[in-house]
Design a protein around this ligand. Structure first.
Ligand code: M6R
Length: 594
């Protein structure tokens, strides 16, 4: 899960590529580097650290030349070192490659190249420039060499290659890792995602698996690498993206995460502007399917758990939720009478994509609920409902989660043929959240200050709120690095209660719904053993040391309002501990490796 970007045109490439990398940092931020070509010479610079740190040392954006490629890394093979950072070069330093993905057969390839090639890193990626070098040494052009190289690779890759002997050209190949080309007069952009070059163009072409593209100033020529015909260019569609620059800037906030939390009422409303027919058709598919399986990872899976509850509660339709990384172990039970619902903010999560592939292979129908337009999951699905919440830049998912919930509500109401009622109620919920946001800031910030040195946090809830407890714990672990667990409130006494010490924070999610009384009893049990109880509820209670007030709503809508203070708590805890909430260590926004 790295970010890659390239530019070819008539103006300096390095500032363009560097700017693109600043937008890709969410995909990896342990090291960074750039390569350019100028006057027949290949230049490259790379180093360990977040992009601004590497830039401060190496002035990446000042490198010469009008063609360039760059990389931000999320280490998979090889430690975080200068040598393992990209770009990687061939033996003579005339070819440079940046790669996102995992080359599964790299050891075998490296062994076959080793007698005559010099390797400088521990990465899987470094075999690529050496393979290209070997092919070019036999007289091949850069594109022929890249094509033959891609046929030798097993695993997932999106790679960009440049060669000093063929300046003004980038060749890129894709297999199971995203790549998108941006078209602009007299120049070409290529990157792992659209926001990287959005300020220059919104005219894009998505690459498919097995495809290769040759970019020269103002012209992108696509080929189908799998069919092996490099003389027959492919006719590819150009799509127009409707995201704006505002969507990808912080707009005065210190961090994207807070900006994105603040956008939640708006993003719920945006999710409601779906095409009615699409929602009705998808709802009918769900009702008609013999079995429905929802698959997703992380935060998206917690949204799916609430979706399952809504389908059952509002429309009497039972379905299962399978963690995408485990989907393959159940896929034998998926057949043509199954509807698989794939939920993914990025639409590029490798585990989700693998689930979609297996579902399609077994002839199941696939409905996806996705945010990123044109993403791999979206393109592989039979039907797509877009969240339309705008690009989510912080690694921690926040606004996409509430938008996913909004779509699940819409589907559940549509399944009962009461879509209008659902829309009206969601609009009211969005208004209540707007008011709640204003009320909770100060309290949550203070709470974060008081609890910032605790080693553990527990989140308990019952029923559908259980998924919110687990989501609250995930958010906290992810960005504050405090150990946290979310669990059904009734389970606490079956083991975990022994971990409660004097002052251990226990967040009790207990709105006034069907779970209220029993969850409060569990809170009292924890309090009696010294826990510091933080109640998230629309009513205060003697069990609480701290009360975070949420608005009163209809029972099924509580998950929408209870999650927000938990997102804020994680955010303020990260700040109180001096951490960058947008870029948590070891993580990346888009997990494109299995
Ligand atoms: O893009 P996706 O929704 O498929 O991503 C799934 C998870 O990787 C993601 O939700 C992850 O858990 C978030 N960083 C959590 O905040």
């Amino acid at each position: 899960m790295c970010g890659i970007a390239g530019f070819v045109g008539s103006e300096p490439a390095a500032p363009m590529v560097f700017k693109a990398l600043t937008r890709l940092e969410y995909r990896g931020y342990d090291s960074a580097g750039l390569a350019t070509i100028s006057r027949g010479h290949l230049w490259h610079k790379k180093g360990v650290g977040k992009l601004p740190e590497v830039q401060a040392q190496l002035n990446l954006d000042k490198m010469p030349g009008t063609v360039g490629i760059g990389h931000v890394r999320w280490a998979t093979h090889g430690a975080v070192t200068d040598a393992n950072a990209h770009p990687h070069l061939d033996c003579r330093g005339r070819i440079a490659v940046v790669h996102n993905g995992i080359i599964e057969n790299y050891q075998e390839l490296r062994a076959s190249l080793s007698p005559t090639h010099r390797f400088l890193s521990e990465t899987d990626s470094e075999v690529i420039p050496h393979l290209i070098e070997a092919h070019m040494a036999q007289g091949m052009s850069l594109e022929d060499a890249c094509y033959h190289t891609s046929r030798q690779l097993k695993g997932s890759y999106a790679f960009l290659a440049i060669a000093a002997s063929e300046p003004d050209k980038i060749v890129a190949c894709r297999q199971d890792s995203p790549l998108v080309v941006g078209h602009s007069q007299g120049r070409c952009f290529i990157a792992s995602d659209v926001p990287s070059f959005l300020e220059h163009t919104n005219q894009v072409t998505y690459m498919e698996d097995g495809e290769m593209v040759v970019l020269v100033p103002g012209q992108a020529t696509f080929y189908n690498g799998l069919k092996g015909d490099l003389r027959e260019p492919l006719a590819k569609e150009v799509s127009q993206i409707d995201w704006t620059l505002e969507d990808i800037s912080k707009q005065g906030y210190d961090y994207f995460m807070l900006k994105e939390i603040m956008e939640e009422p708006t993003t719920i409303r945006r999710a409601l502007e779906q095409d009615r027919q699409l929602v009705m058709d998808a709802a009918m598919d769900i009702l008609r399917a013999r079995q429905v399986v929802i698959t997703a990872c992380g935060t998206s899976r917690y949204a799916a758990l609430i979706g399952r509850y809504l389908f059952s509660k509002l429309a009497g339709k039972f379905c299962d939720v399978v963690m995408a990384s485990e989907f393959q172990y159940f896929s034998d039970s998926v057949d043509k009478n199954t509807l698989v619902i794939a939920v993914s903010q990025s639409g590029e999560t490798a585990d989700v994509m693998e689930g979609v592939r297996r579902a399609k292979a077994n002839e199941a129908q696939v409905l996806s609920i996705v945010n990123t337009q044109g993403s791999s999951v979206a393109r592989a699905s039979d039907r797509v409902i877009y969240l339309d919440c705008g690009p989510e830049m912080a690694v921690a998912a926040t606004k996409s989660f509430v938008s996913q919930l909004a779509v699940f509500y819409l589907l559940a109401y549509a399944m009962r043929s009461r879509l209008d009622e659902g829309i009206a109620k969601l609009k009211a919920a969005a208004g209540a959240i707007e008011r709640e946001l204003k009320d909770n800031f100060k309290k949550v910030e203070r709470l974060a200050e008081v609890t910032k040195d605790r080693a553990d946090y527990y989140f308990i809830a019952r029923g559908a709120n259980f998924a919110i407890a687990t989501e609250g714990a995930l958010k906290l672990k992810e960005i504050s690095y405090i150990h946290a667990e979310g669990m059904p409130a009734g389970e606490l006494k079956h083991g975990t209660l022994s971990l409660i010490e004097d002052g251990t924070p226990v967040v009790v999610i207990c709105p006034q719904d069907y779970t209220h009384a029993e969850t409060l009893s569990n809170a009292m049990e924890a309090r009696a053993r010294g826990a510091y109880i933080i109640g998230v509820s629309d009513a205060d209670h003697e069990a609480f040391h701290e009360w975070i007030r949420i608005p009163q709503t209809e029972e099924v809508f509580y998950p929408l309002v209870t999650v927000i203070p938990l997102q804020l708590l994680a955010y303020y805890l990260a700040l109180a501990r001096g951490l960058d909430p947008d870029h948590p260590r070891h993580l990346a926004k888009s997990v494109t490796v299995k």
